[in-house]
Design a binder for this molecule. Structure first.
Ligand code: NHX
Ligand code: ZN
Length: 689
C-alpha cells in the first residue's frame, strides 16, 4: 500500500518533467528546423559560390566574424551544398562561413559584384548585423522563456500562501500540523456546553491513548467520526480538543483545500495527507467542511465539471478503507449537512459514527457565556443566566459575538464596565442589524408602520400557538422599518395548528394595514415570503393539506438537482391551489380577529407611535393575560426544578437509591403545577416579524 503511494507520487513528479521535456524538445526543433537549412562551408567554397552567382544576399555578422549567404535558385541546385540532416539528404537554403578578415569583406563583395555585373548577373546585396548568432538564439528563445517565467509565477500565486510553492508542489497536502513542537493547547475544559458530544468524543481519545484495551478483546478501532451540526457550534474546537487531550499529532485541513484548478491534484493531496499521517501514527486527521469534496456523487455520469471532485472523493474513500483498523490514524470530519454527503463515506469502516453537535441549550449557553466573559470586565450584578435565556437559538460563535459586541458598545459609551443594557443592545444589533437613526420617517408613515406591527402583536397574542412576544418596535433597524420580536418556541414537533397560527401571525401585519388603513403597502414582502414558505412546506413536506394528505414531495437526500418534479402537472396545479387556499384562509382569519379586537389593536398602535418601543408587559396590559401558557415558560420551570432537585440530592446524598428514584418521579413538575405563580417576564428575543 505504502509502496503504491510512493509510486503514484513519483509518477506525478515524472509527469511534470515529461511536460518540461516535451516543451524543450519543441523549442529545439523550432531552432534546428531553421538551421537545418544552413550548410557550413569553408571560406574558399563561400568565395567561389559568391563569385559564381550562387548567392544573392549576404549578411555579415561582424562580432562573431561570420557571413551567411542566401542561395539563389541556381545555388540551391549546386550539389556542393547538399548535406544530410535527420530526414535525409536535402538542399541547403543558406551557406555560412567564417570570414578571415572582417575589414576586407566589403572589398571582396565589391569585387564579386563587378565580376557578376560583367557576366550580366544580378548583384549581391549586403547587410551588416552587429549581433552574433547568440543574439538570434535569444530572439528565438526569449518569448518562450518569458512564457515559462509567467507560468511559474502564476502557479506560485495560485498555490501560494499555505505552503504549496510552485507548480511542482501542487500534489502536496497543505495540512496544518499540530504536534509536540506546535501544540494546540485546547483541552475539553475549554469546550463549554456540548456535554453529549463530549462524552462520545472522549471515547475517541481513549482509542488513541490505550488502543490495546480494545484490540485485546478483538475489537476494531473505528476509522473515523463525523461531527455534524449547524455552523458556529464548535465542531472545529471539539476536534482540536481531541488532539490536545490525546497528545498526538493533529492534521487539520479544510475540504476546499483539496480543490484546485489542476486536474488530479485533489486526489494527490488526499494521498499525500494520509501518507504523512501514517508516518506519524497514532494521530488525528481533521477535515473541516468535508461537504466540499464529500457531496453525493451525481447519478448522471456525463454531467461533467465535477469529475475532479469525484476523483478526490474516491481517493478519500480508498484511503479510509486502506488503512488497517488498528493503524492508529483516526479521521475526524466536520460538516453542517450530513444528509448531503455521499452514502459511501458514511458506511461502517469509514466514518463509522456521527456525533451531533447541536445548538447549545440553556445550561450550555450559561457555560459558554462564562467562558467568553472571562476576559471581559463585566458589572458584578450581571445575571448570566438571564443572558442565556435571552439568547435562545444562538450558537457558540453567536454568543462570542454578543460578548464582543457588548464590550464594544460599552467602550463606545465610555463605560468602565460592561452592563446588562450593553448586552441587550448587542443582541438586538446581531439579530436585527444596525439601528438607523438617520432615516427620516413622517408621522403618517409612523402610524402605518405601527399599524402593521401592532397587527403582528395582536394576532400573535391571541392565537393558540403564537410565540411569546418580547417587544414591538418601530425604530428602523437593518432593512426593516419596524419589527415584532418573539422568543421562538422550541417545539420538537409542531402541530398543524402551530404552523397555521404562525402563518396567521405573519399575515397579521398586512391584514392590519388592509383593515385599519384601507390600503396595503409593499413593506410586507418579507412577511409574505416567509408565510408562503410555511404554506408550501405544509403541503409538500408535512402532508398536512386536505387535498394531498400524507404526501411528501421533498427530496431530503439532495441528489435530485431539481430538474425533475416528483409529481404530475395536475398535482402541481392542486399544490398551487392548496398553497394559496391556506394563505388566504389565514389572511381572512387574521382580518376577522383584528376586526374583533379593533379597539385593543388601536391602543397598541397608539402606544407604539408614542413610545416607539413597547414590551411584553405593555401588550399584556392591553390584551390581558394570554389564554395559553407558553411552552418556553414550562421548560424553564422544569429545568429550574431539576436544578433544585439536583442541589437537594447533593445535600442529602445518603438517601438510598430507591428513595431518590422515587423523589425524581414525584418532583417531575406538571404543566398545571404553577400556572398562576409565573411571570414570564421578557422572554428571549429572536424571531421578528
Ligand atoms: C424599503 N423597507 O425597502 C423599506 C425601507 C411593512 C412597516 N422600501 O414586516 O420593514 O419596506 O413586521 C429581512 C427583514 C425586505 C428582510 C426585513 C426584506 C424588510 C418589516 C422590506 C415593516 N415587520 N419591510 C415587517 C419592513 C421595507 C423588507 C427584509 C425585511 C413595514 C416591514 C421592509
Ligand atoms: Zn411585518
Amino acid at each position: 500500500m505504502a509502496q503504491n503511494k510512493n509510486r503514484n507520487k513519483k509518477q506525478l513528479k515524472n509527469l511534470y518533467w515529461f511536460y518540461a521535456l516535451i516543451i524543450l524538445a519543441l523549442c529545439a526543433l523550432y531552432y534546428f528546423q531553421d538551421s537545418s537549412q544552413i550548410k557550413t562551408v569553408d571560406w574558399t567554397t563561400f568565395e567561389q559560390g559568391a563569385a559564381g552567382g550562387d548567392v544573392d544576399k549576404i549578411v555579415v555578422f561582424s562580432e562573431s566574424g561570420t557571413a551567411e549567404g542566401f542561395l539563389t535558385a541556381q545555388g540551391e541546385k549546386n550539389p556542393k551544398y547538399e548535406f544530410q540532416n535527420a530526414i535525409g539528404i536535402t538542399d541547403a537554403k543558406k551557406i555560412k562561413a567564417t570570414i578571415p578578415s572582417t575589414d576586407k569583406i566589403q572589398d571582396k563583395i565589391d569585387q564579386w559584384n563587378a565580376e557578376l555585373a560583367a557576366e550580366g548577373k544580378p548583384e549581391i546585396q549586403v547587410s551588416y548585423e552587429k549581433g552574433s548568432d547568440l543574439m538570434k538564439v535569444f530572439w528565438y528563445f526569449g518569448p518562450i522563456l518569458l512564457i515559462f517565467a509567467l507560468m511559474y509565477f502564476m502557479s506560485r500565486k495560485m498555490s501560494g500562501g499555505a505552503g504549496g510553492s510552485g507548480i511542482f508542489n501542487v500534489g502536496k497536502s497543505k495540512a496544518l500540523v499540530f504536534d509536540k513542537n506546535n501544540k494546540t493547547n485546547v483541552t475539553f475544559k475549554d469546550v463549554a456546553g456540548l456535554s453529549e458530544a463530549k462524552v462520545e468524543i472522549e471515547e475517541i481519545v481513549e482509542f488513541l491513548k490505550n488502543p490495546q484495551r480494545y484490540t485485546e478483546l478483538g475489537a476494531k478501532i473505528p476509522h473515523g467520526a463525523l461531527l455534524v451540526g449547524p455552523p458556529g457550534t464548535g465542531k472545529t474546537l471539539l476536534a482540536k480538543a481531541v488532539a490536545g487531550e490525546a497528545n498526538v499529532p493533529f492534521f487539520s485541513m479544510s475540504g476546499s483545500d483539496f480543490v484546485e484548478m489542476f486536474v488530479g491534484v485533489g486526489a494527490a493531496r488526499v494521498r499525500d495527507l494520509f501518507k504523512q499521517a501514517k508516518e506519524k501514527a497514532p494521530c488525528i486527521i481533521f477535515i473541516d467542511e468535508i461537504d466540499a469534496v464529500g457531496r453525493a456523487r451525481g447519478k448522471n455520469p456525463n454531467m461533467g465539471s465535477n469529475d475532479e471532485r469525484e476523483n478526490t472523493l474516491n481517493a478519500m474513500l480508498t484511503e479510509m478503507d486502506g488503512f488497517q483498523s488498528n493503524s492508529g490514524v483516526i479521521c475526524l470530519a466536520a460538516t453542517n449537512r450530513a444528509d448531503m454527503l455521499d452514502k459511501a463515506l458514511l458506511r461502517p469502516g469509514r466514518f463509522d459514527r456521527q456525533i451531533y453537535v447541536d445548538l447549545p441549550e440553556l445550561t450550555d449557553r450559561v457555560e459558554i457565556f462564562n467562558v467568553h466573559l472571562r476576559n471581559i470586565k463585566v458589572n458584578s450584578k450581571l445575571d448570566v443566566e438571564q443572558l442565556a435565556r435571552q439568547t435562545q437559538g444562538f450558537s457558540g460563535a453567536d454568543i462570542a459575538n454578543v460578548c464582543n459586541e457588548a464590550a464594544l458598545i460599552a467602550a463606545r459609551n465610555n463605560k468602565a464596565e460592561v452592563d446588562w443594557d450593553d448586552f441587550m443592545g448587542a443582541v438586538d444589533r446581531i439579530v436585527g442589524g444596525m439601528e438607523k437613526k438617520s432615516r427620516i420617517i413622517t408621522d403618517d408613515e409612523k402610524v402605518s408602520i405601527a399599524t402593521h406591527e401592532a397587527g403582528h402583536a395582536t394576532i400573535g397574542w391571541l392565537t393558540r400557538y403564537g410565540n411569546p412576544l418580547v417587544k414591538v418596535t418601530i425604530v428602523p433597524r437593518g432593512r426593516a422599518l419596524g419589527a415584532a420580536w418573539y422568543a421562538p418556541e422550541e417545539r420538537p414537533i409542531m402541530p398543524t395548528q402551530a404552523l397555521l397560527d404562525e402563518m396567521c401571525g405573519l399575515l397579521g401585519g398586512r391584514a392590519a394595514e388592509e383593515v385599519f388603513l384601507g390600503e396595503v403597502g409593499t413593506g410586507a414582502s418579507n412577511d409574505l415570503e416567509r408565510c408562503t414558505k410555511i404554506a408550501r412546506a405544509l403541503v409538500l413536506v408535512y402532508g398536512m393539506s386536505d387535498k394531498l394528505p400524507n404526501l411528501n414531495y421533498s427530496d431530503s437526500t439532495g441528489q435530485d438537482m431539481g430538474f425533475t418534479k416528483p409529481y404530475s402537472e395536475e398535482t402541481a396545479k392542486v399544490i398551487d391551489e392548496e398553497v394559496s387556499r391556506l394563505v388566504n384562509e389565514q389572511y381572512e382569519r387574521a382580518k376577522k380577529i383584528l376586526r374583533e379586537y379593533a379597539s385593543q389593536h388601536n391602543k397598541i398602535r397608539d402606544l407604539l407611535v408614542e413610545k416607539e418601543v413597547i414590551f411584553h408587559d405593555d401588550v399584556k396590559a392591553i390584551l390581558g393575560e394570554r389564554k395559553w401558557r407558553s411552552r418556553t415558560d414550562e421548560v424553564i420551570e422544569i429545568s429550574k426544578k431539576d436544578e433544585e432537585r439536583k442541589a437537594q440530592e447533593a445535600q442529602n446524598n445518603d438517601v438510598n437509591e430507591l428513595d431518590s428514584l422515587f423523589n425524581k418521579k414525584v418532583r417531575r413538575p406538571k404543566a398545571s403545577d404553577s400556572a398562576d405563580d409565573d411571570d414570564p417576564g421578557t422572554p428571549p428575543p429572536f424571531n421578528k416579524e
